[in-house]
Design a protein around this ligand. Structure first.
Ligand code: KIV
Ligand code: ZN
Length: 388
């Protein structure tokens, strides 16, 4: 049987860290319900210790959402972990996600701690978290820029303390697919107790490679959890986009051979909800959820799609929650697409010469107008019938 890939959504935590994307408790709850409908495996609901509002949001989501595991982020200290545990008390299934930076740069300049101090704090944090929750994720922040030798020591130690998921963040989006994938594989090979935990990838999009890096972490590195956000929302250039990574694994199952639990028909609704809530507009050419993702404008493509959709579509618009694909009528459209639209609009022209005349008028109009709408076609045909 094929392995499963865990989809961990962090729209409500890392996504919210995007400047201007902060959400109220009610908004978070609405999004969490949609993530549950989407059948996300783990929802990172927030960072309970960050503020009273974040605590309440995690608590509310934990008490209402029952089909997904609910997670709270916590720095590697007792106070944060205690707050996370308290906020998660009402959850059906809970996870505490604790983290501490492990790169030389972060340890020296930001934490002002030595390697040994960081190692000790990571161990204590996971030990403490396990006293509250049997599902504990550990992240070495800036993991991808950390010294692998040191990372192996930290990861081995936290797994021994009971961490059940090991997440390797590319915190600043520095990864290149083959290198990041190999980095995960090397760690998994070198950590002696690596098979006691599920390995996870968490990629930022600073070089536009968050999705590619995450997929390489799975394919090359053997990770079985991807951390991602709806519409790729997140700090700076964002996080790995859920809709893209899920549709890549589904569409190219021949390559990945993995099962995902996601109900893809809920993807567009999730994308719209996050966009409306945050005010972050989805670019029209965004894969899967952009308005043009399943739109065909060129005559050659329209003709192909009308004959067989597979000619220019690798997935179905309907499978991700669009009502249908879209044939956009404009100056590049051919007679075939025009004729099909007439039929859809219930217009029957008496003869082929009438169709030809209407098509000529349509082309005239299309030269003056970027997109010809159904109303334009109706008007154009009615004018023509009035003249006869
Ligand atoms: O990008 C990052 O390093 C994070 C961690 C807290 C997991 O978001
Ligand atoms: Zn992150």
């Amino acid at each position: 049987m094929a392995d499963s890939l865990i989809i961990f959504d962090t729209t409500l935590r890392d996504g919210e860290q995007s400047p201007g994307a902060s959400m109220t408790k009610d908004e978070k709850l609405r999004i969490a319900r949609q993530l549950e409908r989407l059948r996300v495996d783990v929802i990172e609901a927030g960072f309970a210790a960050a503020s009273p509002g974040d605590f309440e949001a995690v608590q509310a989501i934990a008490s209402v959402v029952k089909d997904s595991r609910i997670c709270s982020l916590a720095r590697a200290n007792d106070r944060d972990i205690g707050r996370a545990a308290e906020a998660l008390r009402g959850a059906n299934a809970a996870r505490i996600h604790t983290f501490i930076a492990t790169s030389e740069l972060h340890m020296e300049k930001k934490l002002r701690m030595t390697r040994e101090q960081v190692l000790e704090q990571a161990k204590l944090a996971v030990r403490f978290a396990r006293q509250h929750c049997d599902d504990v994720e550990f992240s070495p922040e800036d993991g991808y820029r950390s010294d692998p030798e040191f990372l192996v020591r930290v990861i081995e130690a936290v797994i021994a303390e009971g961490a059940t998921t090991i997440n390797i963040p590319d915190t600043v989006g520095y990864g290149i697919p083959e290198l990041y994938g190999q980095f995960i594989l090397d760690l998994r090979t070198r950590v002696p107790n690596s098979d006691k935990a599920i390995w996870s990838v968490h990629c930022h999009n600073d070089l536009g490679m968050a999705v590619a890096n995450s997929l390489a972490g799975v394919k090359i590195g053997g990770a079985r959890q991807i951390e991602c956000t709806i519409n790729g929302l997140g700090e700076r250039a964002g996080n790995c986009s859920l809709e893209e990574v899920v549709m890549a694994v589904k569409t190219r199952r021949d390559h990945f051979g993995l099962n995902v639990n996601i109900d893809t028909s809920q993807i567009v609704a999730a994308s719209r909800l996050v966009s409306q809530t945050t005010g972050f507009v989805v670019q029209p050419n965004k894969a899967v959820v952009g308005a043009n993702a399943f739109a065909h404008a060129s005559g050659i493509h329209q003709d192909g799609v009308l004959k067989a959709r597979d000619t220019y579509e690798i997935m179905r618009a309907e499978d991700v929650g669009w009502a249908a694909n879209k044939i956009v009528l404009g100056k590049l459209s051919g007679r075939n697409a025009f004729k099909q639209r007439l039929e859809q609009l219930g217009i029957t022209l008496e003869s082929e010469s009438e169709v030809n005349e209407a098509f000529a008028r349509f082309k005239d109009l299309a030269d003056r107008k970027a997109e010809v709408f159904d109303e334009d076609i109706l008007a154009l045909v009615m004018d023509e019938q009035a003249e006869h």
